[in-house]
Write a protein that binds this ligand. Sequence first.
Ligand SMILES: Cc1cc2nc3c(=O)[nH]c(=O)nc-3n(C[C@H](O)[C@H](O)[C@H](O)COP(=O)(O)O)c2cc1C
Length: 353
Amino acid sequence: MSTLRTALTELVGVEHPVVQTGMGWVAGPRLVAGTANAGGLGILASATMTYEELEAAVAKTKTLTDKPFGVNIRADATDAPQRIDLLIRENVRVASFALAPKQELIAKLKDAGVVVIPSIGAAKHAKKVASWGADAVIVQGGEGGGHTGPVATTLLLPSVLDAVDIPVVAAGGFYDGRGLAAALAYGAAGVAMGTRFLLTQESTVPDSVKQEYLARGLQDTTVSRKVDGMPHRVLNTELVTSLEHSGNVRGLVAAARNASKFKAMTGMKWSTLVRDGLAMKKSSDRTWQQIIMAANTPMLLKAGLVEGNTHAGVLASGQVVGLLDDLPTCKDLIDGIVADAIKRIDALGALRA
Ligand SMILES: Cc1cc2nc3c(=O)[nH]c(=O)nc-3n(C[C@H](O)[C@H](O)[C@H](O)COP(=O)(O)O)c2cc1C
């Protein structure tokens, strides 16, 4: 099979320009190793893991693959520096960030030879992290699942490509070879996919929950601010509809209850949650209510994505869910996408008169 060589495959040392993103509760060792062994870049999600769980997940992933992989870190977590030391010590190839990491953290990772790829949602943020030394960025358009912005990939991607000279990986709405070929045509160095990888054989999301996703159409997601105060693209479920119609006080009481469960589960002290909250408050203009809601999100996602309780949980999803109707292995998925993208690129070349 012929392959595609891009700035991303060169930078990271993977075979294919396809990234599986760091989805909380979903991107664990099995999925990450499945992606890595199929020649893509798999990224472990650590925002929903304790430090010890992350340590164990990195070790487990290494037993399942000897290919490069990445770890997604919440840059605003109080133990982010400790997690970064772990990545360096364990020779993890890629550090991915949902929020822009501090300049010193980027420099430390780069000095140790770790490739730094933050996710961003606007050209100005891409410029900022590029000026701080980020090696590449993932840009997620509004179609994408989880926290998302208002601008579609078709417009956000070129705006970011025009703003920076580092490799740009396109995310939000990708699932097939046409999408990869289109992203490369824009000038991107590859695609990153969340929802598509959630719906694979290697994903550990309960089968009943995968079936809920597969049953959905293109218009069956909502961007809700009621989950944690920030725009979050999720499947339309009864719970989401009721959150959307609930008053702020009821939402806050439920959120505080969930924040307390998250604390018990992760063994975090209230002082750590408060310290994280204060750090978030300093770095953003969120209200206390939003900060309690932010601690609430992991519990709502866990109920759905790990425990399979779709009535109590929130199911983050991109709009692309409406076009998915199968559960391939990571290898079949990536091989199919790359082979089809190559066919499309050849067909485009043949259009020249
Ligand atoms: C179930 C789910 C959980 C997610 N969790 C995270 C997360 O913890 N951190 C993060 O940076 N992005 C998270 N995302 C966003 C994805 O990493 C990715 O950017 C997005 O899914 C891309 O859009 P797509 O779903 O159209 O492929 C999540 C997405 C989904 C669907």
